[in-house]
Design a binder for this molecule. Sequence first.
Ligand code: PLP
Length: 371
Amino acid sequence: MKVGRYNYAHQLGTDIEPLIADLRAMLVGGRYELTPEVKQFEAQLAEFLGARYIRGVNTGTDALVVALRALGIGPGDQVVTQANTFHATVGAIDLVGAEPVLVDVDPDTFLIDKRQLRDAIGSKTRALMPVHLYGKPTPMAEIVALAEARGLFVIEDAAQAIGARIEGQSVGTFGHFGCFSFHPSKNLAAAGDGGAVVARNAELDEALRRQRELGQVGQNNHVVVGFNTKLDALQAKILSWKLPRLEEWNEYRRKVAGWYRERLAGLPLGFQARTEGETHVYHLFQVRTRERDSLLAHLRARDVDVVVRYPTPIHLQPAFAAKGWKAGQFPVAERLARELLCLPIRPDIGIDEIDYVTDCIHEFFQNVAVG
Ligand SMILES: Cc1ncc(COP(=O)(O)O)c(C=O)c1O
């Protein structure tokens, strides 16, 4: 059996003719930029998240960049985030000219270590940027309270966590800005790149809009220097088509995670710890083992599409060599980079596929991983 990580045809549904007809009409009608389709998707997403202010942008990376810029964060400022995340989180801070300050993560939840986050705040700190990693919500109440007490901004990197909630409240709606990605790998995927930013209030939303649209207020009137990063209308249409089924897909991902946990219980494997009151959306389902590399080879040899996210932690990436971060500085992030493996999780994965993957893992621990 072959077990894949993605099935894009499934996400589009069985009858895609109405979508194709709409896309055709948009193509020939020249409806490309900030059209009603974009506004419709923004409104739909706002309703889904329980948010009021949403702007579609080109990518999740741009979402972070324009959020930082909208807060006036740049050279001389520090932003605190975590050492185990995707490059874009830290790259965005660097791209606006600010200094990323990394902290380690909790070994059980794999999310930002709150004590270290507090200790990392200094006189130059302007913002905290927690990441809802793998689709698990970072507990936000304490972070928001800490930021308020210290006069800091909070930007949530929710790129991996659309639909994740804490006590019913969507991630991305706790901070000053919440940033989402619609990269094809994500739970809600565009047919290419896409992203969105949730703003806490109208003023921040307008600052964000200006950053998205070349600083424009009315035609030919540029009041600040901004980017040009608007969600494509065609992508917005595709996202609108898929969004109504996202809740069902996320629910199924939670079931799959439960099945994996059940079937793998008793093996020498770790999992991302669960937290009371959270709604995890399992963008990734990670297992943790010292035998990671041999388990990966074992599963790939059996046609199971497993992958490592991310084998080199941020502080050891060549792109950040000039920052002076050292091996050993963030030991939990380094261990996770060595020990985590993503098992296939898709909204259409069959129970037979899960049985096959978990049988292969049992086989590995019985026969292969000796000594
Ligand atoms: C945690 C995190 N932040 C930011 C991004 C950037 O999103 P994008 O690829 O849409 O630029 C991603 C995804 O790729 C991500 O996983």
